[in-house]
Design a protein around this ligand. Structure first.
Ligand code: SAM
Ligand code: ZN
Length: 294
């Protein structure tokens, strides 16, 4: 059941990758995240963007000096992400099973992703697991107490029966005023369709209250430092810090963990990475490491 939902989500975002807003969106997110991750805390630090999509949010962090690892379940999104973030490491994988040992990253972000997985809490715990003590975790999740919760559950079952591709462009364009006030920019027809797909056609969207998410944090030693409401409160942006001391002098590099047997580090070679214990190979195709377990 979970696997089926994961597959559906993967194919949804391969068909309709999340929006690309270009320079405007990159700049907007670059500035927005400054309050969560100040310059001095990210310079030369290794940050994972779980569910990076095409990587516009990662791009802002890279521009501010961070080293990024972008992971997503949609290969099509990642192919674009590689172009937008040439210095990032790019991994095709799932947020529910991150192919890294504990404490691998200085910080982690996951913006608008975990609520699209079959198990949001598990994804949250995975992000926490791979973040080092003292690291910051920024998570954007749909708000349980929002009108959007009602809208999604009312329209999604009906709309699922209509192909998103069939929605005429004139209908999409009716969204433009909403998009302008939400994103501060207009989008072309293709991007409008992708946005609508994410908001109403996506196979899975779950909604979470602040107290629920705070509780998930407490379960794994995360302190909730701040929360910001996002556009009309349809989502909350959480800033957690993982308890423990941050080792400022340690320069982290990506370490891959075998999803089959848990062994790490993997052995790197020209075709990708091989597990020294079980022999499983994670191929490197066009610069993207394939960690989707089969
Ligand atoms: C709304 S988009 C957000 C993309 C990006 N964070 C941004 O804000 O531009 C949701 C993303 O989550 C990805 N996603 C959904 N389920 C996932 C999973 N289980 N593991 C990794 N990524 C997933 C989708 O492929 C999609 O790129
Ligand atoms: Zn192995």
């Amino acid at each position: 059941m979970q696997k089926e939902l994961l597959e559906k989500t993967k194919s949804h975002y391969d068909d309709f990758p999340f929006i690309e807003g270009g320079t405007n969106r990159i700049t907007w997110w670059r500035e927005y995240l400054r309050d969560f991750l100040p310059d001095q805390e990210i310079d030369d630090r290794l940050i994972i963007d779980v569910g990076s999509g095409v990587g516009e949010i990662s791009r802002g962090l890279i521009d501010r000096g961070a080293r990024l690892l972008c992971l997503d379940i949609s290969l099509r999104s990642l192919l674009r992400c590689r172009q937008i973030n040439q210095s990032a490491q790019v991994i095709h994988g799932s947020a529910l099973e991150l192919p890294f040992p504990n404490d691998s990253f200085d910080h982690a972000i996951s913006i608008g992703v975990l609520h699209h997985t079959p198990d949001c809490r598990r994804g949250f715990h995975e992000v926490s697991r791979v973040t080092a003590p003292g690291g910051t975790i920024v998570i954007f999740l749909y708000n349980y107490w929002s009108i959007y919760n009602l809208i999604y559950h009312t329209f999604n079952p009906v709309l699922k029966k209509i192909q998103l591709n069939r929605i005429p462009c004139w209908v999409l364009r009716l969204l433009q005023p909403f998009v302008k006030s939400h994103l501060g920019q207009r989008l072309n027809d293709e991007q409008l369709r992708n946005l609508l797909g994410d908001k109403l056609w996506t196979p899975q969207a779950t909604f979470h209250s602040i107290s629920e998410v705070r509780e998930w944090g407490l379960e794994v030693g995360l302190t909730l430092v701040s929360i910001r409401k996002f556009f009309l409160s349809y989502a909350n942006v959480f800033r957690f810090v993982k308890q423990g001391l941050h080792n400022e002098f340690y320069r982290r590099e990506m370490i891959l963990k075998c999803l089959k047997c848990g062994n790490f580090p993997m052995i790197r070679h020209h075709l990708g990475y091989t597990c020294g214990q079980c022999g499983h190979i994670y191929s490197l195709d066009g610069g993207i490491i394939n960690c989707i377990s089969s």
